[in-house]
Write a protein of this length. Structure first.
Length: 252
């Protein structure tokens, strides 16, 4: 009997984590959508969402019946990211850049098919800490994807790439050409590709062996951070990313 209970408990934990991943990926979701993704009955999905809501890990949006990640996830993510070496070493650089550029500055790393934001300075944009964002539609994601192995890039680009705006790159061929430009320039930009009205520029951060494992980005409203301005700010982001790399032990 104890084995059965343990197995059931593990399954419930696994499903709860899956719910959080679904909401992180989609932004929000209803009970029916979550149930379909999990392959469970709606009553089971509702119980999972209700339990997560009680702990503050999910919350109902203004459109009742739809759920999104709650601030409890941000607190957990902050506890983890606060202890990571890159956030400790990178925070002074992020604070300086946020003040210098007047924009929101983030540090992100790759996690499976997503970029996860570990730290953020500046409040001009929504709080992205702990959230999974698509590699193909964000400046940090493009930097991280551009420096994956050719095999890994091909594997990721063989999957369906969701369209978020009319500017989102959604074909493997188009993305491959774009990533070549990212590698050549040494930075990536997004022009209203993930959210309408939001632009960003990002540069690679390297570990002591020279591998790109993180991205430093600056994002802001499209009317202020225009495409021209993005390219003008790229050098500043590259210098900042290089400084973080140096702080982490990359000889340069």
């Amino acid at each position: 009997m104890s084995v059965t209970r343990t197995g059931t408990g593990v399954q419930a934990v696994d499903r709860a984590i899956s719910v959080l991943e679904i909401l992180a990926r989609e932004g929000d979701g209803g009970v029916s959508e979550v149930a379909t993704e999990l392959g469970v009955h709606k009553s089971t999905a509702f119980r999972l969402l209700n339990a997560l809501e009680r702990r503050g890990l999910v919350e109902q949006s203004q459109d009742r019946g739809r759920y999104r990640l709650g601030f409890g996830v941000v607190r957990l993510a902050g506890a983890v990211s606060g202890g990571l070496e890159i956030t400790r070493r990178g925070r002074p650089v992020c604070e300086r850049l946020a003040g210098e550029l007047g924009e929101t500055v983030n540090i992100a790393v790759a996690q499976a098919r997503y970029a996860v934001n570990l730290d953020q300075v500046g409040g001009g944009c929504a709080d992205w800490v702990g959230l999974l964002t698509p590699l193909h539609a964000t400046s940090s994601g493009k930097v991280l994807l551009a420096h994956r192995t050719a095999r890994r890039r091909a594997e990721l680009m063989s999957r369906d790439m969701r369209r978020f705006t009319r500017n989102t790159i959604t074909t493997g061929h188009q993305l491959a050409e774009h990533l070549e430009t990212v590698q050549r320039r040494g930075y990536a930009v997004t022009v209203e590709e993930y959210e309408v009205g939001l632009n960003a520029v990002a540069a690679p951060v390297r570990d002591p062996e020279g591998n790109v494992f993180a991205a430093l980005s600056a994002s802001g409203p499209a009317h202020r951070l225009t495409e021209t301005v993005l390219h003008e700010r790229a050098t500043t982001l590259i210098d900042g990313a290089d400084e973080i790399s140096d702080r982490l032990g990359f000889p340069g």
